[in-house]
Every structure is written in C-alpha cells, then in structure tokens.
Design a protein around this ligand. Structure first.
Ligand code: LLP
Length: 404
C-alpha cells in the first residue's frame, strides 16, 4: 500500500492496472494486511490464548472467510445466512457463536441442529424459546447470556450497544434472575457470559469499566462461567494521526480480570481484522463546478459504501496517480445516487483531478460491501483479493441482468 513512481499499489498491483482490467467501482482486499492483522491480534492477547470468532457481519465474502478460517479463527454470526456462509467457508461449527436480539424459531432450530458452539441469548423470551426447542429435540444446548453492562463505549451513538437504553443484552438484575432460571433448566447449559459494548472503540477505558461491571455481576451470580465472550469493537485509524486503541492496556485489564475469574476468553473482532485491508477503486465521472465548491462525481456511491451517509464516517480518499498540482477550490466527493447524503468527503487540498481519473477510498474492508445495496438499481461491485502480484476474483461484478 504505497506509491511507486507516483502510482498507488496494493501489494504488487497498481490501482491503475486493476481499474483497467476489472473496471470500476472495484473492492480490493490485501491478503498481506489481513494476515498481518490476524497475527497481530493473536499476539496482543497471546498470554491467555483467546478463542477468536471473526464477526461475519463486517464482511461476509465467502472467499475471505475461507482465508480467515485458514488462520484458525471461528465466526460470530447474527443470522442463519451468516451461519451458512461461515459453514460454507469451512469454519467448524464448534467455533461458531450466534449473537443477535431477534433470532427466529427457524434460526434457533438450525443452530441447535448443527450443534454450534454457543447461542448468545439476549432476552428471557429467547431463553424460553431455546429451552422449548431443546426439549422437543431432547438436547442440552450450550448458551451464552448477553449482559448489557450499561457502559459508555465513547464511540458514535449509532454504534453503541452497551448502554442501558440500547436494545442489546439484559440488565444486571435480569441477568441475575436468568442465571437462576437456567440453573434449574434440564435443557440449557449456561456456558458463557457475553458482552459487546460497541464498535470503533479507540480508548481502553470503556473496556476496563466493562470488565469491572463483569467482575461485580459474576460475583453476585455465584456462577462459574466457563467462557467470557468480550465481543469485538476494537477501533482502527480511519484518518492519519487519529488515536489508536491501546491493546497493551486492554490486555493488562483482561489479565487482571482473569486472575479472579478463571474463564476462557472469546473475542468477536470484525473491523480490526478486515477494516484496513479494503480499498474501493472508483472513477471520476464528471466534475461539476460551482461558486462555492467543485463536485467530484464518482462512479461509486452510498449504495456501495454506506458508512459516510449513515454515520458521517470519514474515509481517506487518495489519487491513483500522484501529481503535484493542487486544486485551489474545495472538492466535494459525491456519488451518483439521488440522495443528498450520498457524499464521501469535502476536501480543501486535493490534487487537481480531471474527469475519468481514478481515485481510491481507503479502509473499506469492514462494513463496506456487507452494508451495500442495489439502491437505484445499481449492480454490486466486483471484489478482488490481491496476493502479491496475483489478483483473485472473489466475487464477480453483478450484472445488470442479475438485478433487473
Ligand atoms: N459482536 C457483536 C455482538 C456485534 O454486534 C459486533 C458489531 C461485533 C461483534 C463486531 O464489532 P467490530 O469488531 O467490527 O467493531 N456498521 C457499523 C458497525 C456496526 C457494528 C455492529 N456490531 C460501521 O460501519 O461502523
């Protein structure tokens, strides 16, 4: 991911070459980055060897899941569809955890039939439903119970999940009464306490707070949890010099927690594994000049990458070929979709662009293609995996015929 002779390269291939060969918009992933992220993640927490379940919602491309499986990771899924994709990618069911507040009877049935590692239940109704199904199958089902620790993750409101006003998990009081309920059940085995307080978290402090709440609740429950599932949420740097999560401090806090609580740890990372591996290559269709700014109209929009429109998220935009001539006017990078929120960034200092130039939107590996849609009847982009100087098509570009 560097410029060589002013051309941007993803591993051994220039973005120019990719755009010429495969057209635009194109999602590209770097295998090297993916490998590096997984190895780093394992290393951060190597002293207690956690079970790492990749959060499939962040990117559910089956071929990427296959690569992730080769590194021994499991999967965190939130629907029967994600569960089936994880299985298709070869991920063993005894490494799959199933989260989510609204699992249907069909989904619970399927998960129980497949004997997945854990169903992370999020309400009393769900526990009763699991128990009912388990009873008809004469099975004992392993579950996790998701606690809402009422902890502020200090991230965007839209991606906070661990505050008491959020729909996720159960309150401390309900948690304790449900532990007692499950204790008496013949069909449910409470194996795990799970939490997930939010996403794109850049400070270790919310995690420390969350662990203190867990400590207290576990003590009160007088229950020995074999596993503690701490969820994911580890943030990445979308903009240069943005602060970074201090993994060392998070690791120390977990080790302290484990001294008192002899449990195994599960993580469900998504973004921290796949986020910075992804690049969206796009072409400038038109440039529209106005008095206050110039609109750079791209051939990719909020249907391909929804994060800016949905969360006002900022993704770095860089030119495919670097030139040293800069624009004097403000550039607003927008898509072709008929929505005012279909814009990526407004930049004041960008190199002068012309129509048909290629640009790259960075760090789109997580919640990029997985949040994409066919809005405005637009086919989804091709997805490519770059491995050194090899380009592998991991999902073909949708054809207009497919969606009409
Ligand atoms: N576990 C659970 C139960 C989750 O709900 C999530 C994400 C994860 C794990 C993975 O979190 P991560 O490590 O990727 O932060 N669309 C938003 C993010 C939504 C996250 C939803 N839950 C975005 O584009 O920022």
């Amino acid at each position: 991911m560097i410029y060589k002779k002013n051309r941007f390269y993803i591993e051994g291939i220039s973005s120019e070459k990719i755009s010429k060969k495969f057209g635009t918009p194109a999602y590209c992933y770097s295998y090297k980055k993916l490998k590096e992220n997984i190895i780093n993640f394992k290393n951060f927490f190597k002293s207690f060897k956690p079970m790492i379940c990749f959060s499939v919602k962040s990117n559910s491309n089956v071929n990427l899941l296959r690569e992730i499986n080769k590194f021994g990771l499991g999967a965190d899924v939130v629907s029967i569809g994600e569960l089936m994709k994880a299985q298709k990618a070869g991920i063993n069911v005894n490494k799959i955890v199933f989260s989510g507040v609204g699992k249907t009877t069909k989904e619970i049935n399927y998960a129980i039939n497949k004997n997945i590692f854990l169903i992370n239940a999020e309400s009393k109704s769900e526990i009763i439903e699991i128990e009912k199904i388990a009873k008809t199958k004469k099975k004992i089902v392993n579950i996790g119970l998701r606690l809402n620790p009422n902890t502020n993750p200090q991230t965007l409101n839209q991606i906070s999940t661990g505050k008491k006003e959020n729909k996720f998990g159960v309150s401390e009081k309900t948690f304790l009464s449900l532990v007692d309920y499950i204790r008496k059940s013949n069909f449910i085995n409470l194996k795990c306490l799970s939490v997930h307080i939010g996403s794109q978290i850049l400070s270790h402090q919310p995690y420390e707070k969350m662990l203190r709440v867990l400590d207290r609740v576990i003590k009160k429950s007088r229950y020995r949890f074999e596993y503690i599932d701490l969820g994911g949420g580890m943030g990445i740097s979308y903009e240069n010099n943005l602060k970074k999560l201090n993994y060392k401090k998070y690791n120390i806090a977990i080790k302290k927690f484990l001294k008192v609580n002899k449990s195994k740890i599960i993580f469900e990372p998504g973004r921290s594994i796949i986020g910075n591996t992804g690049f969206l290559i796009s072409k400038v269709i038109f440039i529209k000049e106005t008095k206050s700014k110039n609109f750079i109209i791209l051939d990719t929009g909020m249907n391909d990458l929804m994060r800016p429109a949905l969360y006002n998220a900022k993704h770095k935009i860089i030119p495919s070929i670097k030139k040293n001539i800069f624009s004097k006017s403000k550039y607003e990078f927008v898509g072709p979709i008929c929505e005012t929120t279909d814009k990526f960034s407004t930049l004041t200092k960008f190199q002068k662009l012309k129509e048909k130039d290629i640009i790259i939107i960075c760090d789109v590996g997580a919640y990029g293609i997985s949040l994409s849609s066919n809005y405005n009847v637009r086919p989804k982009p091709v997805e490519l995996l770059i491995k050194g100087s090899k380009i592998i098509i991991i999902k073909k570009r949708e054809k207009l015929e497919d969606i009409i």
